[in-house]
Design a protein around this ligand. Structure first.
Ligand SMILES: C[S@@+](CC[C@H](N)C(=O)[O-])C[C@H]1O[C@@H](n2cnc3c(N)ncnc32)[C@H](O)[C@@H]1O
Length: 394
């Protein structure tokens, strides 16, 4: 069946969840019936403070298909995010009590409930709202009243649907859940018909539940045995990890210092100008440098070393965001063996000649030596030829 909606209905459902996450910023999110992880993948990009993202599906084959798409990209390593993110995928059923699913801020069940037998819906309610007891739950499901408007549809929208509810049926189930487990709910949806057909409601009906009480979990409950099967787990690089923070900061500082050094060398080449003022003086003072503003100095050369004052590097917005104060910057750099600094910790020392340039120069010199040797060798060979020629008649 082709969708009459633009953007397609499934995209509108995902966008609904993304907008919710953007507004309420849950830290721990679990998606039941995650199938090929499409919603998880979107949430990974629009994480808005999510720290733990879990997907659960009863079907391991469908999970295996695209779970690799949740792996970090090169850009996640080059520019690690501020906050931590762990993604886990489990094979399991939403009708089972699994200890690791407790304590979540948001549970999403997008087009899942209609795949359960009606008898299982009671377990679903008990497990999700009673046992897991998350801060919020988003449940989406087809609105049966919309079906007559879907071109070519006979019966349910999918062969695996066990039921499709009218708005009244959905609302009646949702209100009972609220009464039984202490939640409040509001109804909305995505995919609207036009004109007087609007009265049939949204094509996908959505209930957003909010827990009405503060939840606290005992340690004993956390220690219950696990029933789900862990299929995949990945911890994203993040600046909250000290090693990654240190590496990112030092990379950024070295990149900035190299850039200033290169600019200084080019200016020296072209104009023989003795002092290159990296950023304008005012600029440095405007941004301030809590923790002790180092005296501003231009980049300069001392023998075979280009000296880049810390104040010049501090003018990089990214370095300032990463570090917060010059004092901290100095401390972090002094700890890293890749950084060469002056004894007082105010200047970065870089070699005037590039390691690569030096290597290239060495290679050229070696090549020249080889050529020289082969010229000599050739001339010796020629002599031998001549010699052989001399004795050829013997
Ligand atoms: C229509 S798909 C929904 C896919 C996904 N939520 C989305 O919107 O793209 C329904 C998924 O629910 C899964 N499912 C069915 N019964 C389940 C159960 N008891 N527990 C967990 N997942 C279940 C199915 O395997 C299937 O992948």
């Amino acid at each position: 069946m082709t969708t009459p909606f633009s953007p397609p209905l499934y995209m509108q459902r995902y966008q609904f969840v993304i907008d919710y996450v953007k507004t309420y910023r849950p830290k721990k999110v679990i998606d039941f019936g995650c199938a090929e992880c499409c919603l998880l993948k979107k949430l990974k990009f629009h994480r808005n403070g999510i720290q733990l993202l879990v997907g659960v599906d009863i079907n391991s084959v469908v999970l295996l298909k695209r779970m690799h798409t949740l792996a970090p990209l090169i850009s996640d390593y080059l520019q690690p995010s501020d906050g931590p993110l762990t993604i886990e995928l489990y094979q399991g059923s939403v009708t089972e009590r699994e200890p690791c699913t407790r304590g979540f801020d948001l549970v999403t069940c997008v087009e899942l409930i209609e795949h359960l037998e009606l008898v299982e819906v009671a377990s679903f309610s008990e497990v999700v709202f009673g046992y897991m007891s998350p801060g919020a739950v988003i449940v989406s499901t087809p609105n049966a009243e919309f079906n007559p408007l879907l071109p070519g549809l006979r019966g349910f929208r999918n062969y695996d649907h066990k039921f499709e509810w009218t708005r009244a049926e959905f609302e009646s189930w949702a209100h009972k859940v609220c009464r039984d487990y202490g939640y409040s709910v509001h109804f909305t949806g995505v995919g609207e018909a036009v004109g007087h057909w609007r009265e049939v409601g949204f094509c996908t009906q959505i209930a957003v539940f909010q827990r009405n009480f503060h939840d606290s979990m005992s340690n004993a409950e956390r220690l219950e045995p696990s029933v789900y099967r862990l299929m995949y787990k990945v911890v994203y690089p993040s600046l909250s990890d000290n090693n990654i923070y240190q590496r990112t900061l030092v990379n950024e500082v070295l990149y900035e210092a190299q850039h200033l050094r290169q600019e200084w060398l080019s200016r020296m080449d072209s104009s023989n100008n003795a002092h290159f003022c990296a950023p304008p003086l005012m600029h440095l003072f405007q941004h301030g440098a809590e923790g002790g503003t180092p005296d501003w100095q231009p980049v300069y050369q001392q023998g075979g070393t280009i000296c880049v004052p810390l104040a010049c590097v501090w003018s990089s917005p990214r370095v300032r965001v990463l570090c917060g104060s010059v004092q901290r910057l100095r401390e972090e750099l002094l700890e890293d063996e890749r950084v060469r600094m002056s004894a007082d910790g105010t200047v970065l020392n870089l070699p005037a000649a590039d390691a690569e340039e030096a290597e290239e120069k060495e290679e050229v010199e070696e090549e020249e030596d080889v050529k020289a040797v082969s010229v000599v060798a050739n001339s010796v060979e020629e002599d031998w030829d001549r010699e052989l020629g001399c004795y050829g008649n013997i």
